[in-house]
Design a protein around this ligand. Sequence first.
Ligand SMILES: [Zn+2]
Length: 396
Amino acid sequence: LAVRGKATHRDTRRLNEQLVLRTIYGRSPISRADVARLTGLTRTTVSDVVDGLLAEGLAEEVGVGPSTGGKAPILLRVPADARHLVGVDVDDDKISGVIVNLHGEIQRREAVPISGRDGERALADLDGLVDRLVAGAERPLLGVGVGTPGIVDTAGGVVRWAVSLDWRDVPLADRLRVRTGLPVSVVNDSQAAAMAEWTFGRHPGSQGMVVIKVGNGIGAGIVIGGQLYQGESSGAGEVGHSRVVPEGARCHCGSRGCLEVVASVRAAVARAGALSAVYPGSVLGSGPVTFESIVEATQAADPLAMRVAHDVALPLGRVLGTIVGVLDISDIVLIGPMTALGDPWLSVVTDEARRSALPILAQRTRIHIGHVGPDVVELGTAALLMNSELGLALAA
Ligand SMILES: [Zn+2]
């Protein structure tokens, strides 16, 4: 851990604290001597820093380890409930939030339905949900993390443009900071999800990861070497509005033929309607088609549903092939409602991605469904806050 330039005494102390905390968090239970050995800090510095962490409740003593000749060493760990965090996922149709501890365990949940595109209303609903979670917290809160669709300036905490909510230049972090008095971080939802899969998803051997969230919107988050790569204006991974069909149908972003128009949940429903005349025997022919009905029909291998799963998977697979070529990355993780289509969808995505990249690159890329589950965005915002507020590097 290099301290460059004119680091003040306070900077050094903070960096040492973060280094010690990170070591205890990642290696617990661990003795002060082992923390010193692993960090390269002196025994005295480690003891000083640990005293501070004990006083703040960020470390605790948990018995003694084996003696190596002298007195048996006291072991330390970071209590899971030393701090709690609020994590929020702003989605098309609902805002959900959780209180989570430092081990990523959910303590409490809240949700409120929203009707997309009423941006003001959604903001008020978000305020209310955050207020309820903060009021119900039973431990000191480290902060509030919010994942939202769209382009987010994470450094400034501003939602630059969220198409589905019609949010433009909304200073979300300031708004919630004033409201709660807590640190607030705002991040694109797919980027948050990527951090959650990286941190909590148990993908052994992974060097880097692209996580693609496929719902009504489509977005990606990129983790390289344990760090979220957000690009120069925080827009890295915004693949949903890449044009994949020249002169295709119009998209709500104003363009045409975007990936979201042909590969999203909404696209699947539209495709089922458009093809129903071609498959008169399909179980989907007998009523209004919903995405849930397509999922069910796919499980029964209904020919129309299988065709729909195939047709929405192809363009996504092609885009994944491009991503493999650009990033040469070991893991592509698919999450979001679309993954409910299961293998008939996943196998086409995978085959098409492999066909769309150089075989030497594509053969080592693993494409699979995410492990974290429905709280993935909330957990990702919490992981990012733990990183920014406590320096807990959560790399697997
Ligand atoms: Zn678009």
